[in-house]
Design a protein around this ligand. Structure first.
Ligand SMILES: [Zn+2]
Length: 115
């Protein structure tokens, strides 16, 4: 069973190698969706949403919300940020991390599946 939980956080960044306006300092309300893969247990749940929420909030959202992402990553493209999130979460969740989606806008997002 795939189980997902969605979050939002606000952060600023600039892309130093981008040839365009994203080279300038700007911000996004990022939408993060974390999906884990786990079998359905006898209690009917594959993963308690509350546990998944607590882990992602503590490991990712609380660390990135209202920050300047270039302090964390030299080139914080959505791709690099989602890799950082995926690497941070894969050992923290008590199940297989299936996918991490990170959207910079409602129409633009990246999907991490371990690479
Ligand atoms: Zn941006």
């Amino acid at each position: 069973m795939l189980v997902s939980k969605a979050f939002t956080f606000d952060a600023a960044h600039l892309l130093p190698y981008y040839d365009g306006e994203c080279r300038n300092l700007h911000g996004h309300t990022y939408r993060l969706v974390v999906t884990i893969d786990a079998p359905v247990q006898k209690d009917g749940l594959a993963m308690d949403f509350a546990i998944l929420k607590r882990i992602v909030k503590e490991k990712v959202v609380d660390r990135l919300d209202h920050t300047y992402l270039n302090d964390l990553l030299q080139n914080p493209s959505a791709e690099h940020v989602v890799i950082w999130i995926g690497n941070d979460l894969k050992d923290a969740v008590p199940a297989t991390l299936h996918q991490v989606d990170l959207a910079e806008t409602p129409s633009s997002w990246v999907v991490y599946r371990g690479e």
